[in-house]
Design a protein around this ligand. Structure first.
Ligand SMILES: C[S@@+](CC[C@H](N)C(=O)[O-])C[C@H]1O[C@@H](n2cnc3c(N)ncnc32)[C@H](O)[C@@H]1O
Length: 219
């Protein structure tokens, strides 16, 4: 992985190495939140995660990597979980904090790079990735997967909800099941427990886009 640290002043990426998505668009993630709701900001929690939460899927301390405006994470927190949401987009975090305050829900947020999660200095029993992994290119995934491993308790659980390549009407950057299995190969410290078909709701799909919902255990 390339060096993702740095301290350049006036850098829209705050010294981070821009992700492939940011290099492609030429804009930092924060820009997605400047002009109204982003395409994934559907104003309600993702149904797949609501279902998971209702089944008791969120044990112990919870980390949401790339929480955005945190509408899904707030739902998890409202059920009593202790949660931390991290994102690189300060605008999204400001919206998330205001939402949490409005609703009187206790949630912690931090501006943090998902490639450097070990800098948080704490570990989590449950980690959620709701739409971050599928924004990363194949060559970025190993660094991200290692970062996730660095903050997940042994026997902890990672849930990944991402666009799948099982069309029609796939979302951008869909991931194949094989790519998921390669990214979380046991040599990376993870075991895939289940990969199920699901949907990711967006502002531009009437009934959501095809998705994988993966349950992945930290070895
Ligand atoms: C598709 S959005 C999903 C947001 C949120 N999970 C949701 O479901 O609404 C991806 C999010 O990942 C964040 N992100 C992208 N790269 C990141 C990184 N390296 N570290 C932390 N967050 C990142 C973006 O700012 C954005 O909020």
């Amino acid at each position: 992985m390339s060096d993702r640290s740095g301290t350049l002043a006036d850098d829209p990426f705050n010294g981070r190495h821009p992700t492939s998505h940011e290099r492609l668009t030429g804009l930092p993630w924060d820009a997605s939140y400047h002009d109204g709701p982003a395409p994934w900001d559907i104003g309600r929690p993702q149904p797949a995660i609501v279902r998971l939460a209702s089944e008791g899927g969120f044990a112990g301390a919870v980390l949401d990597a790339g929480c955005g405006t945190a509408i899904t994470l707030l739902h998890v927190a409202s059920l009593g979980s202790s949660v931390l949401g991290v994102d690189v987009a300060e605008t999204a975090l400001a919206i998330a904090r205001a939402r949490a305050d409005d609703r009187g829900i206790e949630v912690e947020f931090a501006a943090a790079d998902a490639f450097q999660l070990e800098r948080l200095g704490c570990r989590f029993e449950t980690v959620l990735d709701c739409g971050l992994l599928h924004t990363l290119d194949g060559d970025e995934r190993p660094g991200y997967v290692a970062s996730l491993a660095s903050v997940t308790e042994h026997d902890g659980t990672l849930y990944v909800l991402c666009f799948s390549d099982g069309g029609p009407d796939t979302g951008p950057h869909p991931i194949s099941q094989e790519e998921l299995r390669t990214a979380f190969d046991p040599s990376t410290g993870w075991n895939i427990a289940a990969i199920e078909l699901d949907r990711v709701q967006t502002r531009y799909h009437d009934d959501g886009a095809p998705a994988w919902f993966a349950t992945i255990k930290r070895i």
